[in-house]
Design a protein around this ligand. Structure first.
Ligand code: SF4
Length: 356
């Protein structure tokens, strides 16, 4: 039986060890121990862990919206898709969000449709301009939205030298009736878990941070989220957060933390999903003080800060998307009667230590 009592609905960000990728982006953040591969998918151990963690999520007695992240490209892995599809059929699952480069959607969404409940599939589709033509990228994202009714967000990454590509992406997304998100590109060489200097992590902020922020906003980044991002990176003292109540992070080995920043700091590990009898007990209080100090740089995490202004309407089936205003959504629907555009009623609540 699915528990509907508060928090009742929980969001989980799980990073699995799936590694195979068909792209070779120079700035890929899946590096070192967590490197993607152009040859191999995953070790037997990682795959076995993945299957157990997904089974555990599927058996929770509460509703779950999950961002199922990978080190590689999820649509390059048939076994990964099979498990994600199975998860989407479970009654306690509100949505399964996949982070993809978009290149294989036309070929492989069919598997999710055949084996799963594709109405619950949410896609965060990031554009990598050196690897795929824009027209094909947009056509694939549009196919997912219109043919299958998936919740689709087209995502761009802003680096110092790609302004025109971001402009082109934003225009093409708008013309196609697709949601557009712009994130700041991260430097993959930032040491794991450091997160002290924004300028060190984010190349567009290296010279004059204020200029970089203005530029990002001009090109389509969400101003309030950028502001929240900066504040969460710099100083968390006295901040209240709902992570640990309605949101959790699960790492590759199955370790559970309040959020990914706590994982990076190895702070207050809650337990391990793979340990027999492990039970997740969400904090009773909706808001508790953050003890990380600073460095909360992943959107999945910092969207749970109380200082974030609440948005109207049902929360979206995504751990990264924040609707700016209802009129934008209505405009998309008007333009094309976008199937599935706002059909995913998702849990309340709220880019990685292991992947970003
Ligand atoms: S503010 Fe960030 S680091 Fe602190 S508990 Fe919330 S999600 Fe974690």
């Amino acid at each position: 039986m699915v528990d509907e009592t508060p928090p009742g609905r929980i969001r989980i960000w799980y990073v699995s060890g799936q590694r195979l990728c068909n792209f070779r982006c120079a700035y890929c953040v899946s590096v070192n121990d967590y490197a993607k591969s152009n040859i191999a998918d995953w070790s037997d151990e990682d795959r076995s862990r993945f299957e157990k963690v997904v089974d555990w999520i599927a058996d929770r007695p509460f509703r779950v919206g999950v961002r199922l992240a990978t080190l590689g490209e999820p649509f390059a892995s048939r076994p990964f898709l099979s498990k994600a599809a199975g998860l989407s059929t479970r009654p306690n699952i509100d949505f399964v969000e996949l982070l993809t480069n978009g290149s294989l959607l036309k070929r492989r969404l069919e598997q999710l449709d055949r084996e799963g409940d594709i109405r619950k599939i949410s896609l965060w589709v990031t554009y990598h301009p050196t690897e795929i033509p824009l027209a094909r990228f947009i056509a694939n994202a549009r196919f997912a939205q219109e043919r299958y009714g998936c919740f689709v967000v087209v995502n761009g990454l802003l680096f110092p030298d790609n302004e025109q590509q971001v402009v082109d992406l934003g225009r093409a997304a708008e013309d196609a009736g697709l949601r557009f998100n712009l994130d700041l590109g991260y430097d993959p060489l930032t040491p794991h878990g450091v997160h002290t200097e924004l300028g060190a992590m984010v190349p567009v902020l290296r010279e004059q941070a204020e200029n970089g922020i203005d530029r990002a906003i001009r090109l389509g980044a969400h101003p309030e989220l950028l502001d929240l991002n900066m504040a969460a990176m710099r100083d968390l003292r006295g901040q209240m957060c709902s992570a640990g109540h309605d949101y959790f992070y699960i790492g590759i080995r199955g370790d559970v933390y309040r959020c990914s920043r706590y994982q990076a700091l190895d702070k207050d590990r809650i337990g391990n999903v793979l340990d027999e009898g492990f039970e997740l007990r969400p904090a009773g209080e909706p808001w508790t003080a953050c003890g990380a100090g600073f460095g909360c740089g992943n959107k999945e995490d910092f969207l749970h800060l109380r200082r974030r202004r609440p948005t109207a309407g049902p929360p979206p089936p995504s751990l990264g998307w924040v609707e700016r205003d209802a009129s934008a959504a209505a405009g998309r629907a008007r333009r094309g009667g976008v199937p599935g555009a706002l059909t995913h009623a998702a849990p309340a609540g709220p880019s990685t230590e292991e992947t970003h």
